[in-house]
Design a protein around this ligand. Structure first.
Ligand SMILES: C/C=C/C(=O)SCCNC(=O)CCNC(=O)[C@H](O)C(C)(C)COP(=O)(O)OP(=O)(O)OC[C@H]1O[C@@H](n2cnc3c(N)ncnc32)[C@H](O)[C@@H]1OP(=O)(O)O
Length: 289
């Protein structure tokens, strides 16, 4: 059986120690397209070691990049779960920050399988991660939803009902981000080596015309657009950020992010303008300071 719910939910959390330097941060932020206009002093602060700023979404790759030594092979195997890599997509992501992320640092990161939802045509594997610094101070927590096509129907719960929606008014701000055709090839060096994002023949076997951009790249690109466009360039103002990956993006396409602000809550909707504004991120919210 590809998913053994009992084994998956009773598995001990895996704990790893991660460390990173400003080089990992710069490579990650270059992988999001930062620095394209490097003559702009504000843009340089994302990609240059002097005064380097760290996007909160760096949490998703901390300790997994080139300076971790060996880039991990892509796989989808954990206790009670063994799924063909071609069947999985990143379905959703949330992140809560408990402290600003330093540009050089270390963390103890604990990951557990929190739940597996049965969506009939698919299973959604919910992974929860908690990171603390080496003195035990909380740094961040995350929730990742992995969509496993064809793995539903095992008689599990469908999970909570989540209501989508954006306010019934024009957005307060619309932000535009571009990506390059090599975006995924740079982004993957921060740790996610899934061939779906690089290898045309693998992408075809997974049902796509061409390699698609990592969901977490879109996640970071939209976070950066909001930090630059709404939060005066200050990444420490992001308290939490949650999205559903509603549609794939191909490297080279752009992202239009509509933002509605109600006090400290932002509602976001990201679409691809080159494909009739087809949805990229939905169910997207950000709490800010
Ligand atoms: C390892 C890979 C890494 C990557 O980075 S991959 C790249 C990033 N990710 C993507 O490109 C995925 C983009 N999203 C999609 O293509 C689609 O979007 C999905 C295939 C994930 C789902 O679409 P559909 O098959 O049409 O499902 P439905 O009919 O919209 O929904 C069926 C049920 O599933 C729930 N659901 C849909 N999306 C998600 C999600 N992302 N997380 C959790 N639940 C989801 C719905 O609500 C509903 O539920 P209810 O039947 O109970 O009403």
């Amino acid at each position: 059986m590809a998913i053994d719910l009992e084994v998956a939910l009773s598995a001990e959390p895996t704990v790893r120690e991660a460390s990173w330097t400003d080089r990992d941060v710069m490579l990650y932020q270059l992988g999001l397209g930062a620095g394209v206009n490097a003559l702009d002093p504000a843009e340089l602060t994302w990609v240059y070691e002097k005064g380097l700023k760290v996007l909160p979404t760096f949490a998703m790759v901390a300790g997994q990049g080139v300076s971790a030594g060996v880039l991990p092979a892509a796989s989808m195997s954990m206790p009670g779960i063994d799924i063909d890599l071609r069947k999985i997509l990143h379905g959703g992501q949330s992140l809560t920050l408990h402290a600003p992320i330093p540009s050089t640092g270390a963390a103890r990161i604990s990951t557990r399988i929190a739940d597996v939802w049965d969506k009939g045509k698919a299973a959604v594997i919910v992974l929860e991660t908690a990171a603390e610094d080496l003195d035990g101070n909380p740094l961040w927590t995350t929730g990742m939803q992995i969509w496993a096509r064809g793995e539903g129907g095992f008689g599990g719960s469908a999970g909570p009902e989540v209501v989508a929606g954006v306010p019934d008014r024009a957005p307060d701000k619309v932000l535009t981000s571009s990506t390059s055709t090599s975006q995924a090839l740079v982004y993957r060096l921060s740790g996610d080596m899934n061939p779906l994002h690089a290898d045309p023949s693998f992408a075809k076997m997974a049902g796509f015309d061409a390699p698609i951009l990592h969901g977490l790249a879109s996640y970071g690109i939209v976070c950066k657009a909001v930090v630059d466009g709404i939060l005066d360039g200050d990444p420490t103002r992001v308290k939490n950020y949650s999205v559903r990956f509603a549609g794939s993006l191909f490297p080279g396409e752009s992202i239009t992010t509509s933002v509605w602000q109600d006090g400290n809550t932002l509602t976001l909707a990201a679409t691809c303008p080159e494909r009739e504004n087809s949805p990229v991120l939905t169910h997207a919210t950000m709490e800010i300071n």
